[in-house]
Design a protein around this ligand. Structure first.
Ligand code: NDP
Length: 296
């Protein structure tokens, strides 16, 4: 058996096209142009690439887009002053501060300053609480993207046993809440979980959000399960010559080759969950703009 490969790109393309249509309608009918501000502190190449893609894709969808690139030695005060301005700017409906921040900066007060209404990354405590309470919320982009892929693949998720490995505020916890809201029976696993392989083997839906390259092995997967691999890990090439030349590639948290032989369906890394994240960010910005403007 070889698993069905859940391609993220076509699903993300469709979502972006829907966003662009909605942006055009909002501009034409309400004179409302959703605006996204992205802030990056420092010069981490991966973060720079994500920020660039967020700016390009929001512009391509017809949105107002601003990007603030701050030097790595930016002070907490300077960052907070910028975020305070963006939170008060009526042309901006979503503010995203690219994480992780350099070590000398504290993200908590920054997220607090964004406020729940423009928190398109779904990290504000009010949005986290609203998600748990089943109230309308801005939900973190990657977990929302995972849910869209799951529903596109499996349809109704009711009654399925979902195991989420990882309990971060950005990924693991919101995914678990979204799955619970879809009537899954949810188990959350983490670094202190006893018998992680045994827990994973119970999963109809296995979500890996760990940050450990290829940690989840084929024999941890229940035959026919749907596997969502959120991990983005940079590792040396398998080929020793390329590895010696310092060449690296991106792999997930799941051993993809092994999993392909057991799972019913699986997201590849890259081009699985990754493309969904930015598409959902655009979707969240439109949602935030509509709520802030009181437009249906
Ligand atoms: P965090 O480091 O914040 O959280 C990792 C989680 O994995 C923690 O809960 C940790 O447990 C758990 N964990 C770590 N090691 C083990 C282990 N050996 N066994 C079981 N659990 C373990 O990471 P994130 O949630 O932010 O990200 C997870 C992965 O997803 C990363 O690879 C990241 O790059 C990727 N990512 C991908 C995105 C995308 O767009 N595709 C977006 C965001 C993240 P504990 O709490 O006990 O420490």
């Amino acid at each position: 058996m070889t698993a069905q490969i859940i391609e993220g790109l076509p699903v993300a393309d469709r979502l972006r096209a829907d966003v662009a249509t909605e942006v055009a309608r909002l501009r034409a009918e309400h004179g409302l142009q959703p605006g996204l501000a992205v802030v990056l502190v420092g010069d981490d190449p991966a973060s720079q690439a994500y920020v660039k893609s967020k700016g390009e894709q929001s512009k391509a969808a017809g949105m107002h887009s601003v990007t603030h690139l701050l030097p790595g030695d930016t002070t907490q005060e300077t960052l907070e002053a910028l975020v305070r301005d963006l939170a008060a700017d009526p042309a901006i409906h979503g503010v995203l501060v690219q994480l992780p921040l350099p070590k000398h900066l504290d993200e908590k007060p920054v997220i607090e300053l964004i406020g729940p209404d423009k928190d398109v990354d779904g990290l504000h405590v009010v949005n986290a609480g609203r998600l748990v309470a089943g109230l309308p919320a801005l939900v973190a982009c990657t977990p929302t993207g995972c849910l869209i892929l799951l529903k596109a693949t499996l349809g109704d998720l009711t009654g399925k046993h979902a195991v989420v490995v990882g309990r971060s505020l950005l990924v693991g916890k919101p995914i678990a809440q979204l799955l619970l809201a879809e009537n899954c029976t949810v188990t959350m696993a983490h670094s202190r979980t006893v018998d992680l392989p045994g827990i994973c083997r119970q999963a109809d839906i296995l979500v890996a959000a760990v940050g450990q390259p290829r940690m989840i092995r084929g024999d941890w997967i229940k035959p026919g399960a749907c596997v969502i691999d959120v991990g983005i890990n940079r590792v040396p090439f398998d080929n020793p010559e390329q590895a010696a030349a310092g060449k690296t590639k991106i792999v997930g948290d799941v051993n993809y080759k092994e999993a392909l032989q057991v799972a019913g369906s699986i997201t590849p890394v890259p081009k699985g969950v990754g493309p969904m994240t930015v598409a959902v960010l655009l979707h969240n910005t439109v949602l935030a703009a509509k709520r802030l403007a009181g437009v249906s």
